[in-house]
Design a protein around this ligand. Structure first.
Ligand code: NIG
Ligand code: FE
Length: 390
């Protein structure tokens, strides 16, 4: 049995509100103990110093936070779209149609190329403090290419999502309903062994509300759990559909009405905000304060993908959320950890309470506030996952 002590934690963020009556559950001058990859004790550093430990890590007075739970990424793809980004920065508008250029490159890539690209991005994410990453398919859009995308994703994470309904591929431009039937039928059957979630891009230039309902219901009937891309490019029914079907999360929510907020407040569905997409598509930033005022569960995620948000760095996402979306530093940290866990309906991650997976980062700084206060600086000293340093 391996037992490890992490001592001299200047500020420990547990996300266990019973610690201090706030959502972050802060403990000053803290320590924690890991037994077989799981947190078995948290408390004061003075108390911990009374026992002997074989393995001991010194946090040197710095802040320790739960690992980031990034609940939304699209990292199974080939190529990049830097040219599209450059054109956009000169004034061109982002559209869902750009996805098809990544689809062509992804179809032409070997499994090994797709795996090593995804692996490279996962390593980036890990090194910047992400310990859980959800990964979607959605750049294959044939039975074979969606199935291999999800097989590759499942070798990297347990949080795999079937997004065959990302856009309608070019060969189905005259037969949208034919594509919806394929997604709901043969494609779903082929990906099922490797997918936990089903997602639909319900938006302008992608799928309609009726198609979205049909696809999510087909997935649910086959045992997948629903989540969806809702209201990124325009206001619509996405959030309503998510609540109706008890989706774990509705993502983007860039165009959200008072009615949508009220629906979410009475539901078990998390609102996931993806500031990287607004940044990289030069779209209007959302003022998240009305969502917090309504007590919604809010997650932050990277949306890492080659088109609309090519970043894997949750520290950057938090900085954007604080500066541009009016999150407090505390709300940003909670949303990037516990919020992400709730968006994946996980209770074992996103916090550092007893029984939680020992997924955490030791920062180079005494406080988590520095994540937004020192943007663009790598502030993570060590990342631990399941009790092992990664
Ligand atoms: O979440 N919104 C849909 N899908 C991605 C964009 C994918 C792309 O442009 O390649 C997103 O932003
Ligand atoms: Fe996305």
């Amino acid at each position: 049995m391996t037992r490890t002590l992490v001592s001299n934690i200047g500020l420990l963020v547990t996300n266990d509100s019973t610690q201090d009556g706030t959502p972050l559950g802060l403990i000053k001058e803290a320590a924690l103990v890991i037994d077989n990859g799981v947190i078995s004790w948290v408390g004061s550093n003075r108390e911990a110093a009374k026992s002997d430990f074989e393995n001991s890590i010194d946090a040197r007075g710095n802040c320790v936070i739960p690992g980031f739970v990034d609940s939304h990424s699209h990292i199974i793809f080939a190529g990049d779209r830097s040219g599209e980004f450059r054109a956009r920065m000169k004034g061109e508008k982002y559209s869902a149609g750009g996805i098809n250029s990544t689809v062509a490159l992804t179809r032409a890539a070997t499994n090994q190329e797709l795996l090593s690209n995804a692996h490279r991005i996962l390593a980036e994410a890990n090194s910047t403090g992400t310990t859980t990453l959800e990964i979607k398919s959605g750049y294959g859009l044939t039975i074979k290419d969606e199935a291999r995308s999800l097989e590759i994703a499942s070798s990297l994470t347990e949080e795999t999502t079937f997004l065959g309904a990302h856009v309608v591929p070019l060969e189905f431009q005259n037969d949208f309903e034919g594509y919806v039937d394929l997604v709901c039928g043969e494609m779903l059957d082929a990906v099922k062994p490797h997918a936990k979630w089903i997602d639909v891009f319900c938006d302008q230039g992608a799928f309609t509300p009726d198609q979205t309902r049909k696809i999510l219901k087909a997935g649910i009937a086959k045992g997948l759990k629903p989540r969806l891309h809702a209201n990124q490019l325009e206001a619509g029914e996405g959030i309503k559909i998510g609540v109706e079907l008890d989706a774990a999360s509705v993502d983007h929510v860039s165009h959200i009405s008072e009615h949508d907020i009220s629906l979410l407040s009475k539901s078990n569905t998390v609102a996931t905000i993806l500031p990287g997409a607004e940044f990289s598509t030069r779209s209007k930033y959302l003022d998240a304060r009305p969502l917090f005022d309504a007590n919604l569960n809010i997650a932050l995620a990277s949306d890492c993908n080659p088109g609309s948000s090519y970043t894997s760095n949750m520290q950057f996402i938090m900085a954007l959320a604080v500066r541009e979306f009016y999150f407090s530093p505390e709300q940003a940290l909670w949303s990037a950890t516990m919020g992400g866990a709730k968006a994946l309906r996980r209770t074992d991650i996103g916090h550092l309470g007893v029984g939680a997976s020992a997924d955490f980062s030791i920062l180079k700084t005494p406080s988590y506030i520095h994540i937004a206060y020192r943007p663009g600086v790598q502030l993570i000293e060590e990342v631990w996952r399941r009790g092992n340093r990664i």
